[in-house]
Design a protein around this ligand. Sequence first.
Ligand SMILES: *Cc1c(COP(=O)(O)O)cnc(C)c1O
Length: 442
Amino acid sequence: MEQRQFILSQNDIPTQWYNVAADLGEAPPPPLHPATQQPCSPDDLAPIFPMGVLEQEMSTQRWIDIPDPVLQKLALWRPSPLFRATELEKALNTPAKIFYKYEGTSPAGSHKLNTAIAQAYYNKLEGTKRIATETGAGQWGSALSMACSFFGIGCTVYMVRCSFTQKPYRKSLMQVYGAEVYPSPSEKTRFGKQILAKDPDCPGSLGIAISEALEDTVAHDDVKYSLGSVLNHVVLHQTVIGLETKKQMEMAGVYPDVIIGCVGGGSNFGGIVMPFMADKFAGKNVRATAVEPKACPTLTEGPYKYDFGDTAQMTPLLKMHTLGADFIPPAIHAGGLRYHGMAPLVSLLKQKGMIDAVAVDQMDIFEAAVLFARTEGIVPAPESSHAICEAISEAKRAKEAGKETVILFNLSGHGFLDLGAYDNYFHDKLQSTAACSTCAQR
Ligand SMILES: *Cc1c(COP(=O)(O)O)cnc(C)c1O
């Protein structure tokens, strides 16, 4: 029998995060102040983020200690399991060995809780009373609501309107954890009202929801803002995924030829890939592929330049691959992948030729998801299914080449709250990317 599970003990939870900024050989381009276009100082950002988070955002220290209270909460479900997809391999009749790290065992159902807990902790330490944030599909909102309730902080979530309608149970979940949830654009903010006045049916976007959360934050002294992806500190917090996976691949006696992750803002991809990039900088031969939706092709088609993180142009400018801060993607079901920008750290690695990117169609990802569920059992989130889709393509290429390629992908979350999307897929209500424009979706 082939070994299927690679299980670590609680003592194997990493006690430090890995900061790839230490190994890039150059400082990552700094964020620029939206008014002056000069590099931001931590003081510029202090009204928005706690200092503990800002220090990490700007740090080039290779290893950063994970505080004990954070570890204590991570130990609720970490280390997460690594599985060998033996049944998927058989179904594909491939000589490839496919492994997946499963982040859906977190009580929030995705990797997002890894950073939510750390961010809620630093906010608690510095006296924040409430955190305002945005959410797309609702994964980030549910993770942050849970983390805020763990640390006794209030939470307000601006949820992209089309997801608010598509995924009502995510909203209920956030309410269980005590958060206030508003569909964005909302009537709660000046910016939201302005958008609704122009377009009452606006499906919303992460860019708009971020502007609303920021407006809420700067209007109140004891409120801070929190972002679930993109920023350096978020990628940092997610490296627990890759650090655990490295130990687990050692248990399996293999090293990956290729590592695959879906990308929205780049955090789960960065989380699994960065610790392996340390090896690649040291000369190891390993490929990494970021998978995005054709409906929001940030890395494959967006230029690499300074751009705002939000629609109202309130955030600092980040150097990243971007489709433009006013880009409103079609209302695809992988709501977590509908962001116009990309983590500056992931963008820089792409720029340096250290990682590859591909864009896949919504129909293909559901086909992959269903095959995966029917062989491996886990119902994947539509976001994660982008990674599965590319892993299957790699396994097919391995078969053609007759190669025993070792494929590793991150299964970022489960899809139990996305069954409505599966329902649409089975009833031919999904459109392929080519046929699906923002207007057609409204
Ligand atoms: C939010 C989310 C993503 C996309 O965000 P990244 O920051 O790119 O990881 C992917 N998968 C799941 C399950 C998510 O919730």
